[in-house]
Design a protein around this ligand. Structure first.
Ligand code: PFF
Length: 450
């Protein structure tokens, strides 16, 4: 068999993992979740969920990936040969294709919005902006073309391989993303009336913190760290043997949290400054922000137009690095288990996800009437993944590490044969064995009952 590729350095590992984690979940989903569920109160629960629930699963996936040294299916096969655990490997082939398909549709929206921003279409008369989002997503061709461009770009990077594709792309784009989001935060904070939004983000309103909000915070922590799909597992399988699993996990989670909070500070002050309700839901970024960029220009109207370009470029790049990691899960499987060349594997996954994505896209327009358990195709697939498949995958990964693998081998992998992180191992092991599984089961039940 061909020698497997590896990431070149610790920095490369963290950039790739952070590239996967930081995406639409941080810029599009997190701010509207915060807006819907009580501002700072939600952020506090989200922090706790990330630390005690999501991070242990991140470690569990890393441990399986690095010790299995293969794709999800291959790693499970290697660590528990001849058992039913390999089916978990298969689950994580199906989930990525589904996620990739609808993620790419939203990624396509950011492609369209970037082009609009570049053409200065969001400046001038409000008539052009009003209702644009609804018109655009319900049309047939435009969103499909945008989705095609997006998934094509993703395929292009994945085709380059681990080092020349993923590592190279994320190493350039991730620092850029942090720089751009900082620019956006500064702009947003300078707007007159921004203070109200800042207060909203730092002053908790615990009255809005119901069970639903807690379940949403946990789900968000999961989605945001790309867990339960095999992404972390696959990337960890490209780590070198002496790589520090604890440090790369902490680094990734810190970068992800920091970015989510920065995105909150980039968006909420602007939303409040424009006097718009923060609980606008999923349309917050695509409907509300263009309006804000048009009206809330500092100094001159071109500043708002420029900020719109920076903003949609940031979303696009963040979405790309995440989608790349999702595609790599399936590509690694096809290449290693089914003997496909990387090119053929990329082509197959892209085609599959493209077709499902087209259906998702049409479900905002001509296929709006098609209902799956009371949801449109897009909503159904999103809910299926975020509420069920991701937590299920995460639960099984953490159960595998906590209860199936021997403690000695988990310890050896986590501590690099007793060389580091020996002091935190006990706590992490306890979290992986008990806290994370119980937490996920609670999320399941809340989702089931609500
Ligand atoms: N973490 C990504 C985000 O926050 O946008 C989404 C994601 C990527 C989910 C990869 C799952 C995954 F495997």
């Amino acid at each position: 068999m061909k020698e497997r590729e590896h990431f070149g350095s610790r920095a490369a590992v963290i950039m790739a993992l952070a590239g996967s984690a930081i995406g639409l979940g941080n810029i599009w989903r997190f701010p509207y979740m915060v807006g819907e569920h009580g501002g700072a109160a939600f952020i506090i629960v989200y922090l706790a969920a990330s630390l005690f629930l999501a991070l242990p699963i991140f470690f569990a996936e890393s441990i399986i990936g690095r010790s299995g040294g293969s794709n999800t299916y291959g790693s499970m096969q290697k660590l528990a040969p001849g058992t039913g655990w390999k089916w978990l490997g298969l689950l994580t082939i199906i989930s990525p294709i589904i996620i990739l398909s609808y993620y790419s549709v939203v990624g396509g929206w950011s492609v369209e919005y970037l082009f609009k921003a570049l053409a200065f279409d969001f400046s001038g008369s409000d008539a052009r902006i009003e209702g644009f989002f609804g018109r655009f997503i319900s049309s047939v061709w435009e969103p499909i073309i945008a989705h095609t461009v997006f998934i094509g770009a993703v395929a292009g990077v994945v085709l380059g391989g681990v080092k020349k594709g993923i590592e190279k792309f994320t190493k350039i784009t991730m620092p850029l993303l942090f720089f751009l989001i900082l620019v956006l935060v500064v702009y947003s904070l300078l707007l007159p009336g921004a203070g109200e939004g800042v207060r909203y983000l730092v002053k908790p309103d615990f009255s809005k913190l119901d069970v639903q909000a807690v379940a949403a915070a946990m789900g968000q922590a999961f989605f945001s760290l790309s867990l339960g799909v095999g992404t972390v597992l696959t990337y960890a399988s490209y780590m070198k043997a002496d790589e520090n699993i604890f440090a790369s996990g902490l680094g990734t989670a810190a970068a992800d949290l920091f970015f989510a909070v920065l995105a909150g500070f980039a968006i909420m002050p602007a939303v409040f400054a424009a006097g718009i309700a923060p609980g606008a839901g999923p349309g917050l970024v695509f409907e509300t922000l263009p309006y804000i960029f048009n009206h809330m220009s500092l100094w001159a109207s071109w500043v708002g137009a420029l900020v719109a370009i920076v903003f949609f470029f940031t979303i696009l790049v963040a979405a790309l690095t995440s989608a790349i990691s999702i595609m790599e899960v399936g590509v690694a499987y096809l290449a290693e288990e089914k003997g496909r060349s990387r090119k053929k594997a990329v082509l197959e996954i892209t085609l599959f996800a493209w077709v499902v994505g087209v259906l998702c896209s049409l479900s905002f327009g001509p296929l709006a009437g098609v209902q799956l358990l009371g949801n449109s195709i897009f909503d159904f697939l999103d809910k299926l993944c975020s509420n069920w498949l991701l937590p299920l995958g995460g639960l099984l990964f953490t159960l595998f590490v906590g209860w199936k693998m021997s403690k000695a081998s988990v310890r050896e992998e986590f501590t690099n044969k007793g060389k580091r992180n020996t002091r935190v191992f006990g706590l992490v092991y306890f979290l992986m064995r008990f806290v994370a599984p119980i937490g996920i089961v609670i999320v399941f039940f809340t989702n089931l009952l609500l």
